[in-house]
Design a protein around this ligand. Structure first.
Ligand SMILES: *[C@@H]1O[C@H](CO)[C@@H](O)[C@H](O)[C@H]1NC(C)=O
Ligand SMILES: *[C@@H]1O[C@H](CO)[C@@H](O)[C@H](O)[C@H]1NC(C)=O
Ligand SMILES: *[C@@H]1O[C@H](CO)[C@@H](O)[C@H](O)[C@H]1NC(C)=O
Ligand SMILES: *[C@@H]1O[C@H](CO)[C@@H](O)[C@H](O)[C@H]1NC(C)=O
Ligand SMILES: *[C@@H]1O[C@H](CO)[C@@H](O)[C@H](O)[C@H]1NC(C)=O
Length: 477
């Protein structure tokens, strides 16, 4: 049996009981991971967010707020071959409220910068010395979990949007599920706290006239956080996350997320937002030639903070390795440098290295993969799950043509990362970099597509994919 996307579906091959077991095992390992990361996370988040706040409190100029529908005009039908999207007009408590109350939706600090400018964040400063001067205004301190706000912003002005539900192929639920759960993931908050908004919004959506037509199978949502934050299996207050994805009403609803579950065919991962948001095709092309011509001085680099509380921390190992190999490795130690999203020191390290080391992040994936590729640096990853089964619509499946895999167990066993990388010829390295440079338009989020010409960015590719999937589904007998 094939899945929705035409590749064999694990769902159908594994007996149900085994599947649940597998799911539980996976979740357990993820939960273990969550427990491990808990401490480091708190520390790192505090350090990051404090540094962001300190850095950004010098007030960034604000761009216009979420677009309204007033300039909205239907494009000709042939431009929307796969159909149109209807955006539910939800009560502001499910989206705008979180922007208005951004100072109080995180246990530690304000999220106001993170959600500002329709999710693109404050304008970046201090990058004029790193990027071509005329491109500096296209850089923002974008938060890695802001995609649900960005998608909403882009969707309101999407050319294949319809204001008529009866003309819609897809229904978009603009609920900020990640912002809604963010504060309640920690401390003494209860399972009920984490589920409240999700239950409310789905109760409302199920009451809408177009729901029973499909019971959700032509509906979709964007999740700005990793899928693992919405997959609590029990009602235990101590278990991680909300149960949003496991709610019966969500059973048929498609989800876009920055990291998907490899065992869930209704979920598709989309790139994390990076800091570059080109305003036109010429800015994109200029960036591509800039990173192509960039002189690189280090074989590889590592950007990160070690998580000292974690025994055998892999990041600590990479950090130590990189420091020992200082002739070929450039290190940005986030315990010593401000590593907010898109910081000049990070961008510079990626721009000046041929390869960048990418351990797991909060899940298997990490925003830094995209920051690295955006700078034309080749990602080196250590867990298969970091690429495999992710970003299927945005990145080609031939990962080896633009990335390097070294198993983490081999690294722990002392195999030399430098030797592995030195084995690639200059020509091979150039070819991988060229592949990445071609991919850049597919994983950036532009401010709007108005001046992007025929280029499709990460948002366009994601929504095209949703529409195509729903159209195929409706045409199936
Ligand atoms: C959690 O609850 C316990 C008992 O109700 C309380 O003593 C503790 O201070 C709370 N912790 C936080 C971080 O709120
Ligand atoms: C949707 O669910 C309702 C209630 O369970 C059921 O009666 C109806 O047939 C379903 N509609 C479709 C299209 O599956
Ligand atoms: C780096 O060098 C130090 C001192 O020689 C050594 O103890 C450590 O194990 C090395 N780290 C790695 C990852 O090889
Ligand atoms: C790591 O080294 C141990 C001991 O030498 C060996 O048994 C194991 O197979 C090695 N693992 C890998 C992945 O090479
Ligand atoms: C939305 O689209 C209209 C028409 O294409 C355009 O004039 C307007 O500037 C766009 N707004 C944004 C914020 O992209």
């Amino acid at each position: 049996m094939t899945s929705l996307y035409g590749y064999p579906s694990a769902e159908h091959q594994i007996p149900k009981k085994l599947k649940i077991l597998e799911l539980r095992n996976n979740l357990n390992s993820i939960k273990g991971h969550v427990a491990i990361r808990y401490f480091g996370w708190i520390m790192i988040t505090i350090i990051f967010q404090v540094s962001i706040v300190v850095f950004l409190s010098r007030a960034a100029p604000q761009l216009p707020p979420l677009v309204s529908t007033q300039h909205f005009k239907l494009p000709p039908a042939e431009e929307c071959k796969s159909g149109r999207v209807y955006v539910y007009n939800l009560s502001p408590v499910f989206n705008k409220w979180f922007l208005d109350n951004c100072h109080d939706i995180d246990p530690w600090s304000s999220r106001c910068n993170a959600v500002s400018n329709s999710g693109f964040g404050p304008k970046a400063t201090g990058l004029e010395v790193v990027v071509p001067e005329n491109l500096a205004p296209a850089w923002f301190w974008t938060d890695m979990y802001a995609a649900e706000v960005i998608y909403h912003h882009r969707m309101l002005n999407y050319s294949c949007r319809t204001l008529e539900p009866k003309l819609a192929t897809a229904f978009y639920i603009p609920f900020y599920a990640g912002l809604a759960v963010g504060k309640f993931l920690w401390y003494n908050y209860t399972a009920k706290d984490r589920d409240r908004h999700g239950e409310m919004v789905m109760r409302w959506v199920q009451d809408q006239p177009y729901w029973p037509r499909s019971n959700g199978s032509d509906h979709f949502i964007m999740l700005g956080r990793l899928t693992w934050d919405f997959r609590r299996l029990t009602d235990s207050d101590t278990e991680w996350g909300s149960k949003f994805i496991y709610m019966p009403s969500m059973k048929n609803v498609m989800r876009l997320a920055v990291e998907r579950s490899p065992w869930d065919d209704l979920e598709v991962s989309v790139p994390y937002p990076t800091a570059f948001h080109p305003r036109s095709n010429s800015e994109l092309v200029q960036w591509q030639s800039f990173i192509s011509a960039r002189k690189r001085t280090s074989l590889f680099c590592f950007v990160g903070a070690t998580r000292k509380k974690i025994k055998n921390d892999f990041r600590g190992l990479l950090m130590s390795y990189c420091k020992n190999e200082s002739d070929s490795c450039r290190v940005v130690d986030c315990a010593a440098t401000h590593c907010y999203d898109g910081a000049p020191a990070i961008l510079e390290a990626f721009l000046e290295s041929y390869f960048c080391l990418q351990p797991k992040g909060d899940g298997f994936t990490r925003r830094s993969f995209f920051d690295c590729m955006l700078a034309g640096s080749i990602p080196v990853y250590f867990w298969k799950g970091s690429f495999m089964n992710q970003y299927r619509w945005h990145l080609p499946g031939a990962y080896e043509s633009y990335s390097v895999f070294i198993d983490h167990t081999d690294v722990r066993n002392g195999s030399s990362i430098r030797k592995v990388l030195e084995r690639y010829s200059e020509k091979e390295v150039r070819s991988m970099r060229e592949r990445i440079i071609e991919l850049v338009p597919k994983f950036v989020y532009s401010w709007s597509t108005q001046d992007l010409g025929n280029t499709k960015d990460a948002f366009d590719i994601a929504i095209d994919g949703v529409l195509r999937t729903f159209k195929e589904q409706s045409e199936r007998p």
